[in-house]
Design a protein around this ligand. Structure first.
Ligand code: PRT
Ligand code: ZN
Length: 284
């Protein structure tokens, strides 16, 4: 059996969730902060811990078979890799931001201005596609948001998630350029051998479980149809009789996303004693 290698971020925003997803896949490994490589004891896999910027090239060059990294980093590196799965964490948006007092309204008005960024490739492509000319792109490796305050640039192009950093530096979002999240990547033309497929299936089942909750509730038989019509379940809801005549318990799975709305409609339809539990995995 071939031992696969997967590259994940050593430390930083994606590290914890990357480790968590692999552990939730049932992979058993030591996660020492000092180690650069670790072996999984119950799956033919080695984990490489790297700077996120290095992950796309490692995968492109086949040093690692797989990687977990932000789409922004892959696009910036221009790496030729295959996207295998979106992972639902590390979500952010890359935006151009300008000083809060600025009255720019059109991106064409950025002509002749200086923009500070750590993502010159993505910015350059965006400006080219939108036919904005003569922009000076000032590439800096960090703390981009202080650029306008220091007189280094008129605007910035950076990652925004809550927007708090922009605000506290007297900036406001101006144009949204790219959305990003952590993805599982493989070498271009990666052979989807049984080990790779097994790992991808495990990741999918962990992600599916995360997006859903297990719900058990009691309902009078007279309200059963109304309640069941609100519940999809994996196939369809399970209905079991209660000891009390005329009552049943319904077991089902609901999406995390419309959780509160669903619970309120279930209550309105006559559901009682609603118990909600996390799901570890869903194998289909
Ligand atoms: O050391 P290494 O090179 O591995 O890590 P790094 O320092 O380059 O990256 P790291 O760990 O900061 O981020 C890794 C990845 O997380 C990024 O490439 C993105 O894909 C993703 N991500 C998600 C973010 C954010 N959200 C985020 N908010 N990366 C950075 N930020 C920063 C942003 O640069 C800005 O300074 O957070 C600030 C803005 O946050 P808000 O919430 O104030 O808007
Ligand atoms: Zn980095």
């Amino acid at each position: 059996m071939k031992t696969l290698k997967i590259a994940i971020q050593k430390s930083g925003r994606l590290n914890e969730k990357s480790v968590e997803i692999l552990k939730n896949c049932g992979l058993s490994f030591e996660n020492y902060k000092s180690s650069l490589i670790t072996s999984v004891s119950n799956f033919p896999l080695e984990i490489l811990f790297l700077r996120d910027d290095d992950i796309p090239e490692y995968v492109q060059d086949g040093i690692a078979d797989l990687g977990i990294v932000g789409e922004n980093v892959i696009t910036e590196a221009g790496a030729k890799v295959t996207y295998l799965q979106k992972l639902g964490f590390g979500k952010c948006t890359l935006k151009i931001a300008v000083p809060s007092h600025s009255n720019l309204t059109e991106i064409q008005q950025l002509e002749g201005q200086a923009i500070a960024t750590s993502y010159p490739v993505i910015l350059e492509k965006y400006l080219r596609e939108n036919d904005v000319k003569n922009v000076q792109i000032r590439t800096i490796s960090g703390s981009v948001e202080i650029g306008p305050g220091l007189g280094l640039s008129d605007a910035i192009f950076d990652i925004v998630s809550t927007g708090g950093t922009l605000k506290s530096n007297g900036l406001k979002p101006f144009a949204e350029v790219m959305k990003s999240e952590a993805v599982l990547i493989g070498k271009e033309g990666i052979e989807l051998n049984p080990e790779v497929q097994e790992l991808m299936q495990r990741i999918s089942s962990v992600l599916r479980a995360k997006e859903t909750k297990y719900v058990v509730l009691n309902v009078a038989k007279s309200n059963l149809e109304k309640v069941v019509s609100l519940l999809p379940g994996v196939k369809s809801p399970t209905v079991v009789p209660l000891h009390e005549e005329g009552w049943v318990a319904v077991h089902s799975v609901i999406a995390e996303q419309d959780f509160w709305e669903k619970i309120n409609s279930l209550k309105a339809a006559g559901a009682q004693g609603i118990v909600v539990m996390p799901i570890e995995k869903i194998i289909t």
